[in-house]
Design a protein around this ligand. Sequence first.
Ligand code: S6P
Ligand code: ZN
Length: 192
Amino acid sequence: MADFPFTFDMPFPRWIPTRVDNHIIRKLSAMRGQYQDGHAYEEMLKNEDTVIYEVYEVRRPEIAGEFLMGVSVVHPGMVGAEFFMTKGHFHRLIDTAEVYLCLSGEGFMLMETPEGDASVNPISPGRVLYVPPRWAHRTVSTSRQQDLVFFFAYPANAGHDYGTIEKKGFRKLVMEVEGQVQVVDNPRWEKP
Ligand code: S6P
Ligand code: ZN
């Protein structure tokens, strides 16, 4: 039996979809090793296992031809001088792309390829960001008060490879330096 077309809404101002098949809550404890300041990370975790981001997924069968969609919400906050962010990943089927549409908040999308190309794009409401095949991607929330909220859609059979990023993180970090938001080199990636 063929699937029927369907609709859902993303009501302002929270944008949470009216259809949600899976709600992922990613806490600080799931991010060990990803923030540059390991001491600040452990101190913060002793106090509370803070929710860093949430994903509201609209699921479909994980087969070629289908799309997965949803809304991600990265909360405001910092670990040491580094802003809250998603784990970030390559797609397991690395030749699959993804589309993001920022709905509220502000931040950056960090992207890079296995070949060493890197790209950092500011995102703010109304901005669409295209992640081409082969580019790992991580979102970083830089607002002091507001959640960074975005809609995403990607091939349902893409899968996720988190392990590659877990080894050294992304090539760039988003930090507060002297009161300013700055994109800096990740010291875990040695210079060529
Ligand atoms: C999936 C897509 C998003 C992220 C989500 C959380 O391909 O890029 O749904 O899964 O923003 O990020 P992460 O890195 O924890 O999956
Ligand atoms: Zn993705």
